[in-house]
Design a protein around this ligand. Structure first.
Ligand SMILES: Cc1cc2nc3c(=O)[nH]c(=O)nc-3n(C[C@H](O)[C@H](O)[C@H](O)COP(=O)(O)O)c2cc1C
Length: 386
């Protein structure tokens, strides 16, 4: 009898996620011109073999200029669809749902890959053939000290970005994805519109929270219209800005209510990314209270994320009603079999092993159960026949 809430399916519109464990989007900065290949098939495929219910592909540029780095995944052309469809097909064959995060980096575009350095690409630090490009935002507020000032988007240019999100949504559908997640978090373009720290506009898109939400909501409307009615739409938000002078969780609840009214199915409650720093508590599950507040006050399903590292911790989040789904990033990279291990730890009656390995691993588990843990230091600890 499966008593673990974490291993209960969740149906959103016409999509049933087999369990509540989600791999959070994680940029790998590892492709050329946006095209995924073998690296992504293996990187993402291993999470499906490891039993996760939903794997969300990293921030994917809806335009070349919207990429964070030259190494980002892209979906600004139909040519990008087959590579992603290959990943989706693999995830589906293993019973895992496939999501993709559609993104525009705004003022945080044209950035170095993390292992090449921090900060913007410049003509001095650029790799050969990887020139910096001009960035855009809500206002001419640089992403940080030493960054170039972005060009404030005109209303016409905002319409082009909105249309690029919609076109990438159609391509996500063509690739077979089950979930689209709009990236409105972490100080990227849509968050730059939402936050008073980065939006100093004096037109209909700046000033009050209602005005700052206007462009992100227009993008969400366009994505929802382009995305099949039987597929769920997520939006990732920074529940609070890192600085206490920015977005508050109450602002995010107001945004989430608008998202719900526009047919968004879940809010992925992350945090930070603008203004530098983090003036809030930090620790295991530090963003779970945001998921709980948005879920309760906006009455919308939420995805909790942030230092969720343990099966019992994840189970408590879902069983306690703080969130409907639990997203895991770094811990999943460390342990792609997190879901397999969680099912074992929670004694959930749930088949997480790939069918190819399942019976053998199950027989090993039964044997280990009779032996107890290896205690060392003797490498050989056999049980003598009776
Ligand atoms: C390598 C790496 C890449 C990331 N890339 C993205 C991304 O593409 N989109 C996004 O919204 N968050 C991204 N994040 C943030 C994670 O999705 C997640 O919110 C964060 O790491 C906290 O979760 P964790 O404590 O389980 O790692 C990234 C995190 C890491 C470690």
């Amino acid at each position: 009898m499966n008593t673990a809430a974490l291993f209960t399916p969740l149906t959103l519109r016409g999509v049933t996620l087999p369990n509540r464990l989600v791999v959070a989007p994680m940029c790998q900065y590892s492709v050329t011109d946006g095209f995924v290949g073998d690296y992504h098939l293996v990187h993402l495929g291993r999470f499906a073999l490891g039993g996760f219910g939903l794997v969300i592909v990293e921030a994917t540029g809806v335009t070349p200029e919207g990429r964070i780095s030259h190494g980002d995944v892209g979906l600004w052309s139909d040519d990008h669809v087959p590579g992603l469809a290959r990943v989706v097909d693999f995830l589906h064959a293993e019973g895992t749902a496939a999501g993709i995060q559609l993104a525009h980096a705004g003022a945080k575009a044209s950035t170095l890959r993390p292992w090449d350095g921090t900060g913007p690409v410049t003509s001095e630090n650029a790799r050969p053939g990887e020139a910096p490009w001009p960035t855009v935002s809500a206002s001419a507020v640089p992403a940080g000290p030493g960054w170039p000032a972005p060009h404030p988007l005109t209303v016409t240019e905002m319409g082009e970005v909105r249309d690029a999100f919609a076109a990438a949504t159609l391509r996500s559908s063509a690739a077979g994805f089950d979930v689209v997640e709009v990236h409105a978090a972490h100080g990227y373009l849509l968050h730059q519109f939402l936050s008073p720290l980065s939006n100093h506009r004096e037109d209909a898109y700046g000033g009050s929270l209602e005005a700052r939400m206007r462009f992100p909501l227009e993008v969400v409307d366009a994505v929802r219209a382009a995305w099949p009615a039987d597929k769920p739409l997520f939006v990732r938000v920074s529940s609070v800005d890192g600085s206490r002078d920015g977005m508050t969780v109450e602002d995010t609840v107001a945004f989430a209510r608008e998202l719900k009214a526009r047919g968004v199915d879940a809010v992925h409650t992350s945090g930070g990314g603008l203004g530098g720093g983090w003036e809030h508590p930090i620790g295991y599950g530090y963003q779970v209270p945001f998921a709980a507040q948005v879920r309760a006050d906006a009455d919308i399903p939420t995805v909790a994320v942030g230092l969720i590292v343990d099966a019992h911790q994840a189970e408590a989040i879902v069983a306690g009603g703080a969130a409907d789904l639990v997203a895991i990033a770094r811990e999943a990279q460390d342990d792609p079999n997190f879901a397999v291990h969680a099912a074992r730890e929670l004694a959930a009656d749930y088949d997480v092993y790939p069918v190819q390995a399942g019976p053998r691993l199950a027989s090993r588990d039964r044997l280990l159960g009779t032996l107890g843990p290896w205690t060392g230091p003797d490498p050989v600890q056999v049980r003598q026949p009776a």
